[in-house]
Design a protein around this ligand. Structure first.
Ligand code: DC
Length: 234
């Protein structure tokens, strides 16, 4: 049997802080697939724009200059000794910086620019050319890989997602209020759902997962079942 023929693309989409990255990363590890965090790519472009003064203090973006620079922005992923994956921007490890509040606060408008999306979608499609990939994001099952063999759409109530994010942030020593985190989650949902260019939308053929009542182990088992079912049907 040619096992290459059995490789698939897994698209994991969903709302912010729904746990989709953890889920996608764990599924990739369990199946030996490559994991791609597409959100990290939008974050890396945002970092580039900030570091090159293409976003002013009021948040205005120099779209013309950014669009011109897109060809020169090289984004990749590096596997570290501990197995974790770090994002690189023009060869530099930017994993920590892209998770900063400075980047989080500016990424939504950058991700809404059509030229940025076209460039990153093309890169993402190239990464999936030989399949064997799990990619998470907002538009993976609808725009990047509309014919992905397995599409998952992850959701949980905004309050559950905000509680998770709040715990994560306070554990890291960030002093934030639950109310502020909830407001940020609700606001990001609104921006992601209402932007003109590839808004967050569930693909018609996606399988829904509300993981609010699931443990990580239960979620892993559920995912592997869906994966094996999909492979068996090929
Ligand atoms: O998943 P995340 O929070 O790291 O995503 C960062 C931002 O990028 C967020 O504003 C949504 C956006 N994004 C997107 O528009 N399309 C994707 N495929 C992935 C992320």
């Amino acid at each position: 049997m040619n096992t290459d023929k059995k490789k698939i693309i897994v698209a994991v989409d969903g709302y912010s802080s729904s746990g989709k990255s953890t889920m996608a990363r764990r599924l990739a590890k369990a199946t030996g697939y490559r994991y791609i965090d597409s959100g990290a790519m939008y974050r890396a472009v945002t970092l580039y724009a900030l570091d090159n003064n293409l976003i002013d203090d009021a948040g205005n973006i120099d779209k013309v200059a950014l669009t011109r620079a897109l060809d020169t922005i090289d984004i990749d992923f590096r596997i570290m000794n501990d197995g974790s994956q770090h994002t690189t921007l023009n060869g530099n490890d930017v994993e920590r910086e892209i998770r900063s509040l400075r980047v989080s606060d500016n990424v939504s408008p950058i991700a809404a620019i059509a030229e940025v999306r076209h460039a990153l979608v093309a890169k993402q499609q190239a990464m999936g050319r030989s399949k064997g990939i799990v990619m998470d994001g907002r538009d993976i099952g609808t725009t990047v890989f509309p014919s992905a063999e397995l599409k998952l759409f992850v959701n949980a109530p905004a309050e559950t997602r905000a509680r998770r994010r709040f715990l994560e942030m306070t554990e890291k020593g960030n002093h934030v209020s639950y109310e502020d985190v909830l407001a940020n989650v609700v606001n990001r949902d609104r921006i992601d759902e209402t932007r003109e260019e590839s808004p967050l939308r569930r693909a018609d053929d996606a399988i829904d997962l509300d993981n609010s009542q699931m443990s990580v182990d239960q979620q892993d088992a559920w995912l592997l079942d869906r994966f094996n079912e999909t492979i068996a049907k090929l």
